[in-house]
Design a protein around this ligand. Structure first.
Ligand code: C5P
Length: 480
């Protein structure tokens, strides 16, 4: 095996390494290891590979974990108190909410629960030791302090809180708490007299001024016989709710109360029971718009042709195959405040659809007669009573993009058109990126707003931002 001496590296590389290491809170040696691991495994796995220490309990070996989309990470410090058993339930509740949990047990905590049970529930290594001469990583506590979005201390004992308030760092838990630049949530648990003691209350005040957040303690029976008062640790569900509020604060919901109808994906037009006419639309753009509109607080109805995508959470999805089924579902979903027709609806269907599978005959290919499909966008745009106040169409073109989109805006009678070039060289059909132009009617004229190349999620966010602005500006007669 070749060895690498960092001292002998080029000055510019050394400087770059030092800066990277400082930014990520690692030593230079560790940064080099991460870079090498990233090169071999990809960035996510390298970033989540936890330190190994002799005090660490290693769960049964499994595949190296990658970070799932939307997954958040919490370092959970379990202090020494009878309430430590509730922290095992807390691990489970956090994991149910797609929050990854890495546990640190203080020495006192290990009198109440074992690292093995925390490890089995979290499916992660559990950490107990600060000083670790054999550690592969020389700054394990820094990683535990920073490779997370939040640090939770549950139960937070009077002793741990006193150490925190005074900046002590003589074990792994207190060192992490001192070394972190992440938000800290404490769930205090102690005897009522310890809680009301002037020293504890001084520490509580100091920690509050330091920006530490607390959940509980609650009032109630103590573990000790015949004692009651304030000092019980908040219940695991309350702590998990507090974690969620800190990690996923409520987002603004500018489309709350608005009903948004979206079509997406291709349509399949049957030739016979086993064959159909289709197109290359993946549905990604329409699904992304549905997800963003839902996140903006709208009630979203998504009418989707056959796609290979998961239903966006919180969206009411109606799955259809053909253009006629799509129209039927769209009409059934009206009235709506906003309609966005992103589906690539087949223009034609087979008039003489075979009831049985068509057979090869000596006469050659059976002739397929095509008839025009209903135009969903034009139909809805021209409705009298139930026309949504804002109707948006898409124009997927392979040539004369803007001219064709202008003509389509007029012909179909919609309010806005999102025009995109789908010639094969752009890779838009089925791809993840899109270059679009937004055509809007303004004072009898048509304005063209050209956006830079974006991911389909970014296009969705930009489009919904324009919708939100139109709603806020009251440029459209939307329902109140
Ligand atoms: O296919 P075409 O370029 O005409 O599609 C433009 C717009 O019209 C798109 O928003 C598409 O969803 C919609 N459309 C429709 N029903 C059709 C054809 C297209 O709603 N039969």
């Amino acid at each position: 095996m070749a060895s690498l001496t960092i001292r002998k590296l080029d000055e510019a590389i050394k400087l770059d390494l030092r800066q990277r290491a400082a930014r990520s809170g690692r030593s230079v040696e560790e940064e080099v290891r991460v870079i090498l691991r990233e090169t071999l495994q990809g960035p996510e796995e390298a970033a989540v590979a936890p330190p190994v220490s002799p005090g660490a309990v290693v769960p049964s070996p499994g595949p190296q974990r990658t970070r799932a989309p939307g997954e958040l990470r919490v370092t959970l410090i379990i202090g020494g108190g009878i309430a430590a058993y509730k922290s095992l339930d807390l691990i489970r509740r956090l994991k149910e909410r797609r929050i990854r949990v890495r546990c640190v047990l203080t020495r006192a905590a290990q009198h109440f629960i074992t690292p093995l049970s925390a490890s089995a529930l979290s499916h992660e290594r559990v950490y107990t030791d600060l000083f670790d001469p054999q550690s592969e990583f020389d700054a394990g506590h820094i990683r535990l302090a920073r490779d997370c979005e939040l640090i939770v201390v549950a139960p937070a004992t009077a002793d741990l809180m006193a150490k925190m308030a005074n900046g002590l760092a003589d074990d792994l838990a207190s060192a992490i708490l001192l070394a972190t630049n992440r938000k800290i949530l404490l769930a205090p648990a102690m005897n009522p007299l310890m809680w009301s003691n002037a020293a504890t209350q001084r520490n509580v005040g100091q920690l509050g001024r330091d920006g530490v957040v607390m959940v509980g303690p609650n009032a109630g029976e103590m573990a000790e016989a015949n004692e009651a008062g304030v000092g019980r640790m908040a219940e695991p569900v309350e702590i998990a709710d507090a974690v969620e509020r800190l990690l996923r604060p409520p987002q603004p919901r500018p489309l709350a109360g608005k009903r948004v109808l979206i079509t997406a994906g291709p349509t399949h037009e049957p030739i016979d029971p086993v064959r159909y006419i289709a197109n290359r639309s993946s549905g990604k753009q329409g699904f992304a718009i549905a997800a963003v509109a839902q996140a903006a607080g709208a009630e979203v109805i998504l009418v989707a042709g056959p796609v290979d995508l998961d239903d966006p959470p919180g969206v009411s999805v109606r799955h259809v195959e053909s253009a006629r089924q799509m129209l039927q579902e769209v009409e059934g979903a009206l009235p709506a405040d906003i309609a966005i027709f992103a589906a690539a609806v087949a223009d034609w269907r087979v008039a003489n659809e075979g009831a049985q599978k068509l057979k090869k005959t000596s006469a050659g290919m059976p002739p397929l007669q095509l008839v025009e499909n209903p135009d969903i966008l034009a139909t809805v745009s021209k409705l009298r009573d139930k026309r949504p106040p804002l109707v948006i169409g898409f124009a997927a073109e392979t040539e004369h993009l803007i001219d064709n989109a202008r003509a389509k805006l007029k012909k179909k009678g919609c309010d806005w058109i999102v025009a995109n070039d789908v010639s094969p060289a752009t890779g838009v059909m089925g791809g993840d990126r899109n270059t679009v132009h937004l055509l809007t009617r303004t004072d009898g004229d048509i304005a063209v707003d050209s956006w830079p190349v974006m991911t389909k999620e970014e296009v969705a966010k930009e489009l919904i931002a324009h919708v939100v602005k139109a709603v806020a500006d009251r440029t459209l007669e939307l329902a109140p």
